[in-house]
Design a protein around this ligand. Structure first.
Ligand SMILES: Nc1ncnc2c1ncn2[C@@H]1O[C@H](COP(=O)(O)OP(=O)(O)OP(=O)(O)O)[C@@H](O)[C@H]1O
Length: 255
């Protein structure tokens, strides 16, 4: 069996002594596209952040590309797009500059950008449909386009794996489609994807496996489920707009 890209075993995370993840295990194999689903506050972001060492685990182990997290240094192999902080961050950079900053982990800060760097930046901008906007200040873009800029930044580093926290939350339909297209290309090139999502929307056909986090534990790990109480619950997580495509296998997540 090939080495897992991400392997969390019996992970436990607590914030200020309050347990948020209790004994969570998650493995992502090379080339897989895995979606982490679940209700607000269930611990999805925490799981991803623990997998990347952004929050410490109080128990269990985390391994990246076969290396224990504390010894892992090859961060260029992973492109991470955090949950959006919100539009209007006040950063005066252009789209091109933000995307180019995604090359830093690869080339080292002190070496000037070369042809390979410029090619990677152009390819990433094209992949998310923003090639025409490279010279525009990020602040002049829509929220969805800003999100695509961050995804292009991650792609520009030519990582083997992309880890994305709610990449399409609150993003316009055109940006969602552009993102799905970019992800399709990344997957076709053998890339591995771990993404947190509330709704899959156009990403649904790309997702190989869904992991549902419920109340700090894994409630489901397998085919993309239809949400429980699909029609009954007014606040259901609508992750599956085409419920006829897959058998409903969900437990009680999404409440
Ligand atoms: N830095 C933090 N300090 C304290 N508590 C936190 C912190 N980050 C998250 N939490 C709490 O941990 C729980 C899980 O949060 P997390 O962000 O992982 O959930 P989520 O499933 O990603 O939710 P959402 O869909 O709203 O993003 C929540 O109750 C949240 O309030």
């Amino acid at each position: 069996m090939s080495t897992a890209v991400v392997d969390v075993r019996h992970g436990v995370v607590a914030y200020d002594g309050r347990p948020v993840l209790r004994d969570v295990s998650l493995t992502v194999a090379p080339g897989e596209v895995v979606a982490i689903l679940g209700a607000n506050g269930s611990g999805k972001s925490t799981l991803v952040r623990a997998a990347l060492g952004l929050v410490p685990v109080a128990g269990g182990t985390v391994t990246l590309f076969g290396t224990p997290l504390r010894r892992f240094r090859q961060w260029w192999r992973i492109g991470y797009v955090p949950q959006r902080i919100g539009a209007g961050s006040g950063v005066p950079a252009t789209v091109g500059e933000v995307v180019a900053s995604g090359r830093l982990a690869r080339r080292g800060v002190l070496r000037p950008a070369g042809a390979a760097d410029r090619r990677a930046v152009t390819a990433a901008l094209t992949a998310v449909g923003l090639a025409e906007r490279a010279g525009d200040p990020v602040a002049t873009l829509s929220g969805g386009q800003q999100q695509r800029t961050l995804i292009a930044r991650a792609l520009a580093g030519e990582p083997e794996a992309l880890v994305l926290d709610e990449p399409t939350a609150g993003v316009d339909a055109a940006s969602q489609e552009a993102f799905a297209e970019a992800l399709r290309g990344f997957k076709a090139g053998g890339g591995t994807v771990l993404l947190v999502a509330h709704e899959l929307g156009p990403l649904h056909p790309l997702v190989d496996r869904a992991v549902v986090v419920h109340d700090g534990a894994i409630a489901h790990d397998g085919p993309v489920p239809a949400p429980a109480g699909h029609h009954a619950a007014p606040d259901h997580d609508h992750v599956h707009p085409h419920a006829d495509e897959e058998p409903p296998t969900a437990g009680t997540w999404g409440r």
